[in-house]
Design a protein around this ligand. Structure first.
Ligand code: VNL
Length: 391
């Protein structure tokens, strides 16, 4: 009896000690669960963001405020149910301190309730539908919003001979935002959208839509497709000789994505887009970023997804520093709000009220520079807040 009790006691103590050791080990680790589409249609987005996150860590070390930062990358194949399940596992099993990534809007939205319930900051590095930040008070965004980019282009277009436009967008959140905000602002500026076309997000066939645009003969075709789909649009636009028929191609910068632009050929030269990031952004901070990114990734050029990932890591690192490694989700979130810094994209700011990004939107034209195709910035609208926010 005595012996048994003694045995029980020692095992209980041992178990406690083990648990304490585990807690201690956990305590010294700061986990970031990075959920991205690493395979499937949006794989380039995952590849860009993971590379940028790893670059940020290589440049800034993995010891922050006494914690060892650990990046846990999960592939959601851009299927929202998978994103949600992975987020749940990361929160419950891995006890991640922050959720990050989110290649497409449905994935970001599917995770919002988990962020809210577990009080885990959710740093959206890619997805760009305006309403995302309203889905959870724990969401902070470091990418952009489609209304930001679209409104800026609708300011430029009518002053540059573009009055009659057909819009063509991917038929989901960001596309619908782009369509709506571009149209409203164009009308306000004396232009008109004569037809609004929507293509499916999954396996889109642009051909019949482009044929329709050709028949309608607008001054320009305004396009939003997600990162990775731009090259296909460009190719079919040129194959149909639409540029020769006098139809200009304009869009948010997703269509002349730096991940693909250099392979689009000279037909892309002259295409005007509006966006928050170009690999050709002429600043010292960006030059360093592009160079280091290329060096670490076999010459790969960073696109706007990469910059969203890089800046997202910055926001997380700073929050960890400010909270001295002692804060839970609420403290981290508070330290993310209001951050202001110089990104490779230019100055940026996390609006404390909306948790959304305030940033410059640039007008850019595709040009050949040093033998390569770039989005060359020629105008800027400074400190653009998301026009989609009503509050
Ligand atoms: C989204 C918006 C995705 C813009 C994108 O590429 C993009 C989104 C994957 O919100 O789903 O370029």
């Amino acid at each position: 009896m005595m012996q048994k009790r003694f045995f029980l006691k020692t095992t209980a103590v041992a178990a406690l000690a083990l648990a304490a050791g585990h807690v201690l080990a956990q305590d010294n680790v700061f986990k970031i669960g990075l959920i991205l589409p690493m395979t499937g249609q949006q794989a380039t987005t995952g590849r860009q963001i993971e590379a940028a996150a790893r670059l940020y860590m290589a440049q800034n070390g993995d010891m922050v405020a006494g914690k060892k930062v650990q990046l846990i990358v999960k592939d959601d194949t851009s299927i929202p149910d998978v994103t949600k399940r992975l987020a749940q596992e990361l929160v419950v099993n891995e006890k991640v301190n922050v959720l990050a990534g989110f290649g497409i809007t449905p994935s970001a939205l599917a995770t919002a309730s988990i962020a809210t319930q577990s009080k885990t900051p959710q740093v959206v590095m890619a997805a760009a539908t305006s309403s995302i930040t309203e889905a959870s008070p724990y969401i902070v965004r470091t990418s952009f919003t489609l209304p930001q980019a679209s409104v800026s282009l609708a300011e430029w277009a009518p002053k540059n001979g573009i009055k009659k436009v057909v819009s063509l967008v991917s038929d989901y959140g960001p596309g619908i935002d782009a369509e709506k905000y571009f149209k409203e602002r164009l009308i306000l500026n004396g232009g008109q959208v004569i037809e609004s076309l929507r293509v499916p997000l999954r396996n889109p066939d642009f051909a019949p839509f482009l044929q329709k645009v050709r028949d309608l003969k607008p001054d320009a075709l305004f396009v939003f497709v997600p990162s990775g789909a731009g090259a296909a649009v460009m190719k079919q636009f040129l194959e149909r000789g639409m540029d020769k028929a006098g139809i200009r191609l304009i869009g948010t910068g997703d269509v002349t994505d730096d991940d693909q632009l250099n392979d689009m050929g000279d037909g892309a030269i002259g295409v005007v887009t509006s966006h928050h990031y170009s690999a050709a952004h002429p600043s010292a901070v960006n030059k360093k970023f592009v160079e280091a990114f290329g060096k670490a990734n076999k010459g790969m050029r960073p696109n706007f997804m990469a910059v969203g990932g890089y800046d997202g890591m910055r926001v997380i690192y700073e929050a960890l520093k400010v909270t001295k490694g002692q804060g839970g989700g609420d403290a981290l979130l508070a330290a993310m709000k209001g951050q202001i810094f110089e990104s490779p994209r230019g100055p940026m700011f996390i609006d404390a009220q909306t948790r959304d990004v305030v940033q410059n939107i640039y007008l850019r034209k595709v040009e050949r520079k040093d033998g390569q195709l770039y989005n060359v910035e020629f105008d800027v609208i400074k400190d653009v807040k998301d026009p989609g926010k009503t509050k």
